[in-house]
Design a protein around this ligand. Structure first.
Ligand code: PLP
Length: 394
């Protein structure tokens, strides 16, 4: 064959983080078959879906089996019943949105990756460290990328800088994966004001907003005045309602967003109508149930379960006086490896000496080197056992 390939793929680094982790764990197990390894690297939910969600899923599936209630292709942008439930959900944060600004997706990752389709060649600003999808999807389309450095100096929350280029696309993730840190109202306002002033667009990933339990922190960027003129928000039912396996999310593109005399919302409609055929009816009904009053309570119970683990883990780092971010309003804890160890060296050290697995910070960007991520998604029992082991080796 002699066809031309997308040479931008040469710019991608090997997607080796989790495969390398699995490889190292498998090797350790081969030589130490009787050791009980505890996984605190899990970035996926572990508790089952709530009763309301399951009932809705079953009922909607039954509807699909009857002539009178069968449904074919769903609307590309989502059923109105789910979009309306999302509008109602945003009212909890005093945010009013237009029905046509809501787009239902099969999860945040797809939209975060696909949104690049509708933009031309703008400078791209991406936090480092961060969830790797922003970087890789922009690399695939050959964009010019600039990093916004996260460090202990800014608690891994980069803020706008005067030397940033005008008319850029800026990615923000709050609460952040992997650092668990999050912007407060004042900090987010700095970003919104900056973007409006220098003609930039913010892509705001709020996949973990449901973990926020403190009014100081906005759940949505639209809680900030002016955000409808400069921000797209991408969110998900994955972590909020345990939909990592069911797959559903949403994207908000305010009608107000305009550039080069085009409504960005219309461009996304056009893109989705061409390349996306919607989310299945039972899944959208399940998502609607997750946003009902009972559904929200049920989801909150699961989140509280994870957050109890996060609290126990944070206590450990407080006791040890180790620098960390997250653990509050976020399922992630990001800490500094002891004795100046590098992320992967610490991974091996922890595996050997505590039989605990986490995620090396270097896997989330160069500025993650020397840091480590653990998560609260394991059981209470396993988390407590891991803490006892960590106490001995940290
Ligand atoms: N955004 C962030 C920050 C994430 O950590 C994840 C998943 O881990 C996603 C988006 C993807 O979510 P979804 O399951 O909705 O595709």
């Amino acid at each position: 064959m002699n066809i031309k390939l997308n040479s931008n793929f040469d710019q991608l680094s090997e997607n080796y983080l989790f495969s390398e982790i699995n490889k190292r764990v498998a090797k350790y197990k081969e030589y130490n078959p009787n050791r009980d390894i505890i996984k605190l690297g899990i970035g996926d939910v572990t508790l089952p879906l709530g009763k309301n969600v399951i009932e809705a899923l079953i009922n909607a599936s039954c509807e699909m089996g009857k002539k009178e209630t069968f449904r074919g292709y769903p609307p590309e942008y989502g059923y109105n019943f789910l979009k309306e439930a999302i509008l109602k959900y945003y009212k909890r944060f005093h945010v009013d949105l237009d029905l046509n600004s809501v787009f239902i997706s099969d999860g945040a990752k797809s939209d975060l990756g696909n949104i690049v389709d509708i933009f031309g060649d703008n400078p791209i600003y991406i936090p480092n460290p961060v969830y790797p999808v922003y970087l890789d999807s922009n690399r695939m389309s050959g964009r010019e990328i600039y990093y916004m450095v996260g460090s202990e100096n800014n608690n891994f929350l980069p803020l706008p800088k005067d030397n940033m280029k005008e008319s850029s696309i800026i990615y923000l993730c709050s609460p952040n994966n992997p650092t668990g840190s999050l912007y407060n109202q004042e900090e987010l306002k700095k970003w919104v004001d900056f973007a409006n002033k220098n003609g930039s667009l913010i892509i705001y990933d709020s996949a973990y907003e449901a973990f926020i339990d403190d009014d100081k922190y906005p759940h949505s960027i639209y809680e900030i005045n002016g955000a409808k003129d400069c921000a797209i928000e991408i969110c998900s039912f994955s972590k909020q309602a345990g939909f990592t396996g069911l797959r559903c999310g949403w994207t908000i593109i305010p009608i107000e967003l305009e550039s080069e005399n085009h409504k960005i919302n219309k461009l996304w409609e056009r893109r989705q109508a061409t390349k996306f055929n919607g989310v299945s009816y039972p899944v959208q009904r399940a998502a609607e149930a997750a946003l009902s009053d009972e559904g929200i309570l049920e989801c909150k119970n699961n989140i509280n379960y994870y957050m109890e683990n996060a609290k126990l883990l944070s206590n450990l780092f407080d006791e040890k006086g180790i620098y960390y971010t997250g653990g509050k309003n976020s399922p992630y804890i990001w800490f500094k490896c002891p004795n100046g160890m590098k992320s992967w060296d610490f991974f091996d050290y922890l595996l050997e000496n505590a039989n605990v697995v986490g995620t090396p910070g270097a896997g989330f960007g160069t500025f993650g080197e020397g840091y480590f991520r653990i998560t609260s998604f394991n059981t209470h029992e396993k988390t407590k056992e891991a803490i006892e082991r960590l106490k001995k080796v940290l």
